[in-house]
Write a protein that binds this ligand. Structure first.
Ligand SMILES: CC(C)(COP(=O)([O-])OP(=O)([O-])OC[C@H]1O[C@@H](n2cnc3c(N)ncnc32)[C@H](O)[C@@H]1OP(=O)([O-])[O-])[C@@H](O)C(=O)NCCC(=O)NCCSC(=O)C[C@@](C)(O)CC(=O)[O-]
Ligand SMILES: NC(=O)C1=CN([C@@H]2O[C@H](COP(=O)(O)OP(=O)(O)OC[C@H]3O[C@@H](n4cnc5c(N)ncnc54)[C@H](OP(=O)(O)O)[C@@H]3O)[C@@H](O)[C@H]2O)C=CC1
Length: 425
C-alpha cells in the first residue's frame, strides 16, 4: 500500500522524486520514462491527437502528498502551471489527515444527451407520445453501443422537457446513459444522433441539436473532511474560514474566486489524467447555480460540535479512464497508474477530494496571513526567471525578494544587478 506522507519530497531533485515514486507505487519503467524530461508525449502521437500540430506544450506535473481518501493513502498527480497549487493541496491534505482524511462518494456515472425538436404543433402532446415510446428509443440508443451494454452500462432513462425559448417552444428529449468508465461524450452523442430521426417523427417536428449536456448533474462526485481546529491554527481560524465560506455562499463576486480555488485542484488532476478540462469546468460552474438562479459556492464549511471545521464539496465529474486522451497520452496513463484507480468513479472521487483540499488551503491562507506570503514565495521563482536570473542566481534572487517582501519584476532586476555587480568585484 502507498504511503502518501512524503516527508521532505519537496527537497529532493526531480530524479530523486521519480526514484521515490518507483518504490511502492504501480508505476512501470515505461511510466517513469514518460515522466522524465525527455519522455512524455511524442510529436507523432501529438500529431494524431489534434490538428495542424507543430509542437508539444509542456506543463509541470507535480504530485500532491498526504492524501488519505476513504481510509487509503493516495498520491495525487496534478498538472498545473500555477505556483503553490501542489503545495497547497499537500498542505490541506496534511491537515485533513489528522482526522482521517477525506470521505468520498459518487453517483452512478450517468451522462445525458439532448435532442432538440423544432416546429412541433403541440409540444405537450408530443412530450407524452415520446414518453410512451421510451422503451423503443432506449433500445435504439443501446443498439449503438453493444460493448457499453456488455459492461453494464447503457440507457437508464428517457425524459422529455418543453423549453420556452426566444424563437419558439422546443421539445427537448434527454437520454440518460450509464457510461461506466468513459467520460461518455462520444458514446452519448452517437446515441443522440441515432435516435433523433425517430424522436422527430414521433414528436412531429424537425430535429436539430443532438449533443450531450455538460450540465452533468446526474454524475456527481462528493468529498467531505473534518479539519482539526488545532491543526488549522485554532478556533479563530475555524471561525474566520466559516465567515469566508459564508461570503462565498452569499456573494457571486466572491463565489467565482472561491470556486476558482476549487478548480485549481480539480482541473490539475483532470488534466494530469488526460481528461477534458472544459467539460469538467462547464459542469462545475453550471452546478454552482442554485435553483433560485444565483451563482454560489460549490463547497460548504461549518464548525462541528467539537469546534473542528467540516468541509463538503459536490460537483459534476465527467471523467473517464477509457476514451479521449486518457490512454493515448503516456503521461496521463502514468498518472492513472500512480493514482492506482480502476474505475472512473474512484478517479472522480479523488478529484473531488483534491478540489476540497485546494479550497481549504486557500481559505486558510486568506483567513489568516493572506494569500501573498505562501503563494508569492513560490511565484517568486517565475518572477526571478522572467527577470533573467540563471539557475545559480535563482535561489539568491528569490530569497532576497521574499525577505524584502517585494516579489516584483523591477525588484528582481535590481537584486540581480546588485548580485552581478558584487560577483564582478
Ligand atoms: C503555500 C503554502 C502551502 C505554504 O504554507 P506553509 O505553512 O508555509 O507550509 P509549510 O512549509 O509549513 O509546509 C506545510 C505542508 O505544505 C506542503 N508544502 C509547503 N510548501 C511546499 C512546497 N514548496 N512544495 C511542496 N509542498 C509544500 C507540504 O506538504 C508541507 O508539509 P511537510 O512536507 O513539510 O510535512 C500555504 O501558504 C498555502 O496553502 N497557501 C495557499 C496557496 C494557494 O491557494 N494557491 C493557489 C493559488 S491562489 C488562487 O489562485 C486561488 C485563490 C486563493 O484566489 C482562491 C480563493 O480566493 O479562494
Ligand atoms: N461537450 C463535450 O464535452 C464533448 C466532449 N467530447 C470529447 O469526447 C471524448 C470522451 O468521449 P467518450 O465517449 O468517453 O470516449 P470514447 O468514445 O473514446 O470511449 C467510450 C467508449 O469506450 C468503450 N469502452 C471500453 N471500455 C469501457 C468501459 N469500461 N466503460 C465505458 N466504455 C468503455 C465503449 O464502447 P466501444 O468499445 O464500442 O468504443 C465506449 O463507448 C473526450 O475526448 C471529450 O473531449 C466530444 C464531444 C463533445
Amino acid at each position: 500500500m502507498v504511503n502518501s506522507r512524503l516527508s521532505g519530497f519537496r527537497n529532493l531533485s526531480v530524479p530523486e522524486r521519480l526514484a521515490r515514486l518507483a518504490d511502492g507505487t504501480a508505476l512501470t519503467a515505461a511510466d517513469l520514462s514518460a515522466l522524465a524530461p525527455e519522455g512524455g508525449l511524442g510529436l507523432d502521437q501529438a500529431d494524431r491527437m489534434a490538428e495542424n500540430v507543430v509542437g508539444v506544450f509542456g506543463v509541470p506535473l507535480g504530485v500532491a502528498a498526504n492524501f488519505t481518501v476513504n481510509g487509503a493513502d493516495v498520491l495525487v498527480p496534478m498538472a498545473t502551471e500555477e505556483p503553490s497549487v501542489v503545495a497547497a493541496a499537500s498542505n490541506a491534505a496534511r491537515i485533513a489527515r489528522v482526522r482521517g482524511g477525506f470521505v468520498t462518494s459518487s453517483s452512478t456515472p450517468v451522462m445525458q444527451a439532448q435532442v432538440q425538436v423544432l416546429d412541433v404543433a403541440d409540444p405537450e402532446a408530443a412530450r407524452l407520445r415520446l414518453l410512451a415510446a421510451r422503451a423503443e428509443l432506449a433500445g435504439l440508443a443501446d443498439a449503438q453501443d453493444p460493448r457499453l451494454a456488455e459492461l453494464g452500462g447503457g440507457v437508464r432513462d428517457v425524459s422529455v422537457r418543453v423549453v420556452d425559448a426566444r424563437e419558439q417552444r422546443y421539445v427537448v428529449l434527454h437520454l440518460a446513459v450509464d457510461v461506466r468508465d468513459a467520460m461518455g461524450a462520444n458514446a452519448v452523442n452517437t446515441m443522440a444522433e441515432a435516435v433523433a430521426p425517430r424522436v422527430a417523427e414521433i414528436a412531429g417536428g424537425r430535429p436539430l441539436l443532438r449533443i450531450l449536456t455538460n450540465k452533468a448533474d446526474l454524475r456527481l462526485a462528493r468529498a467531505h473532511a473534518v479539519f482539526d481546529a488545532e491543526a488549522l491554527g485554532g478556533p479563530e481560524v475555524v471561525r474566520d474560514i466559516v465567515h469566508a465560506a459564508a461570503l462565498a455562499e452569499a456573494d457571486p463576486y466572491r463565489a467565482a474566486t472561491h470556486n476558482k480555488g476549487i478548480m485549481n485542484g480539480v482541473t490539475a488532476v483532470v488534466l494530469a489524467t488526460g481528461n477534458d478540462t472544459r467539460a469538467v469546468e462547464a459542469g462545475a460552474h453550471s452546478h454552482a447555480v442554485g435553483p433560485d438562479g444565483r451563482y454560489t459556492s460549490l463547497s460548504h464549511f461549518a464548525r462541528d460540535a467539537d469546534g473542528n471545521l467540516t468541509g463538503t464539496l459536490e460537483l459534476p465529474m465527467p471523467v473517464g479512464l477509457v476514451g479521449g486522451a486518457t490512454r493515448v497520452h503516456p503521461v496521463a496513463a502514468a498518472a492513472v497508474r500512480l493514482l492506482g484507480v480502476s474505475t472512473a468513479a474512484e478517479l472522480a472521487e479523488i478529484i473531488a477530494a483534491a478540489g476540497l483540499a485546494q479550497n481549504l488551503a486557500a481559505l486558510r491562507a486568506l483567513a489568516t496571513e493572506g494569500i501573498q506570503r505562501g503563494h508569492m514565495a513560490l511565484h517568486a521563482r517565475n518572477v526571478a526567471v522572467a527577470a533573467g536570473a540563471g539557475p545559480e542566481e535563482l535561489p539568491r534572487v528569490v530569497a532576497r525578494m521574499v525577505a524584502d517582501g517585494a516579489v516584483r519584476g523591477d525588484h528582481a532586476e535590481r537584486v540581480l544587478a546588485e548580485l552581478r555587480a558584487e560577483a564582478a568585484r
